[in-house]
Ligand binder design. Structure first.
Ligand code: BG6
Length: 473
């Protein structure tokens, strides 16, 4: 569905994220006909570039051998550039003149968080922000509760909460949204979605890439701040939340907030931290971070309890890390075993597991137990009901990249897939004491091999509960 004409002002227009995700995403939406020549994108950065040089850079980032050259040219006609000093006065008047009245205005801040406040203040001071404008900010949204509160205050001094779009790109992933459809558009699963029927849930976001190239940022952050406080937390919320009464931004976000508020503090014994060591040609985490004494974790696994009526007694195990065996993200819901087994030799059957695969190979699988076909008596075996989204999408449009979808939601004014300020603060309030505990106790992460499933401690974490992680490939 086409969106209304807009002026999108992209701060950090020559940065890494803009080049990898935002420009290609906008181009794909243009090709799909979601916006047309009435909309414009104003790239902003500090660099002193002329229009032609800037468009050349944009063309390079959307370079796609399959893309029609004419379409790229057409897209670029709607792209302009303004050089601005984000913390000074230069360029702001030009921006004020460039934006059009009666057009949706969205300001996308693809810049470091320290610029959020200065940019927001100037948008207000130069009369560029209107009551209908939207402001979009990227993670990291602070590095602890206090800094997140400061960022919220800075943004709210110039914009109202309904104008602020905090991106967590995991919420833009097709399968993540499908999780809501699965739970709330089917009657099959919801009656089973509680601790009487579910033994435990495993949420895994495994990456095979190292932190090479981003070591300086990552070393200040680690897996807990980089992935758990935001992406894994959002996956946990969507899995555990109560059904919202309607599908509106605040109804959905109220329910997610309640999940975060119900999280128990996590004791050190329920956490495994790891750091990858050198292997063959591949350098170690410490090589990549440039910090030979680093105690930052590149892997974390933890057991999380959601203390409410629905989930008491059903742990959620979270796990994420770099340089693991394979890139694989999934939510696996383990149902309890049947209360009594009547088949001889099947006293401990493989229970039902619903696996929601986020990437790669997006889809869902429900593992079931059936009779082993053929003669040989009543022997049981495992069979799965499998749905790979790529198959069911054949012929229709392929899923959009998360950023494409989220940017169009900003233009539509739909905040459902964006984090509200109180959600982010609550997630930090839960994460801060965990991180503070490591610092106080000077805990060191355990080393693990590149290409493995993480450190030994992660296996033990499950083992002591009599459970096992699903394999990472
Ligand atoms: C980012 C993290 O937010 O998400 C990265 O900063 C991580 O460290 C990335 O690699 C993972 O995103 P995706 O979409 O590739 O799973």
């Amino acid at each position: 569905i086409p969106v209304k004409a807009f002026d999108l002002v992209l701060f950090g227009a020559t940065g890494d994220l803009a080049q990898r995700k935002i420009w290609p995403g906008l181009f794909h939406r243009f090709v799909a006909g979601q916006f047309d020549e009435h909309s414009r994108i104003l790239g902003v950065s500090r660099s002193d570039l002329d229009q032609a040089a800037f468009r050349k850079k944009v063309a390079k980032s959307i370079e796609d051998p399959k893309a029609d050259k004419d379409l790229i040219e057409k897209f670029l006609e709607h792209v302009d550039y303004i050089s601005i000093d984000a913390t000074g006065e230069r360029g702001w008047d030009a921006l004020a003149q460039a934006v059009r009245p009666d057009t949706v205005r969205a300001f996308y801040l693809s810049v470091a968080p320290r610029f959020f406040g200065p940019i927001a203040r100037r948008l207000e001071k130069f009369g560029i922000a209107t009551p209908d404008s939207r402001i979009v900010v990227e993670k990291p949204f602070g590095h602890d509760l206090e800094s997140a509160k400061t960022l919220n205050e800075e943004l709210r001094a110039c914009f109202q909460e309904h104008q602020i779009y905090r991106i967590d790109h995991y919420l833009g992933k097709e399968t993540v949204q499908n999780l809501m459809a699965l739970r709330f558009a089917n009657s099959l699963f919801e009656p089973l979605w509680n601790s009487s029927q579910i033994d435990h849930v495993q949420i895994t976001v495994a990456e095979s890439l190292s932190v090479e190239g981003r070591g300086e940022y990552y070393d200040q952050s680690g897996a807990m701040r980089d992935m758990v406080q935001n992406h894994l937390m959002q996956l946990l919320c969507l899995t555990a939340m109560e059904p919202p009464s309607k599908f509106t931004p605040n109804a959905v976000r109220n329910e997610k907030l309640k999940v975060i508020e119900a999280l128990e503090p996590v004791p050190p014994s329920d956490i495994a931290r790891g750091q990858y060591r050198a292997f063959g040609e591949q350098g170690s985490y410490r090589d990549h971070s440039g910090n030979p004494d680093s105690t930052t974790e590149s892997f974390i696994a933890m057991k999380v309890e959601v203390a409410n009526w629905r989930w008491a007694g059903t742990p959620f195990y979270l796990r994420t890390g770099k340089c693991l065996r394979q890139r694989l993200s999934e939510i696996a819901v383990f149902f309890r075993n049947p209360p009594h087994m009547i088949f001889p030799g099947a006293e401990t059957p493989q229970g039902n597991v619903l696996v929601i695969r986020l990437q790669p190979d997006e889809g869902m699988t429900l593992h079931t137990t059936i009779k082993d076909p053929g003669p040989g008596g009543m022997r049981l075996t495992e069979a799965s009901l499998d749905m790979t989204f790529a198959d069911s999408l054949k012929g229709s449009e392929q899923p959009q990249d998360a950023y494409e979808r989220l940017i169009m939601d900003v233009i539509r004014g739909d905040q459902t897939l964006f984090m509200r300020g109180d959600e982010v603060e609550s997630a930090w309030a839960w994460a801060d004491p965990i991180i503070a505990g490591w610092t106080e106790r000077k805990t060191k992460p355990q080393q693990y091999d590149v290409g493995s499933a993480g450190p030994e401690d992660a296996l033990l974490l499950m083992h002591k509960d009599g459970r096992r992680w699903r394999s990472i490939g």
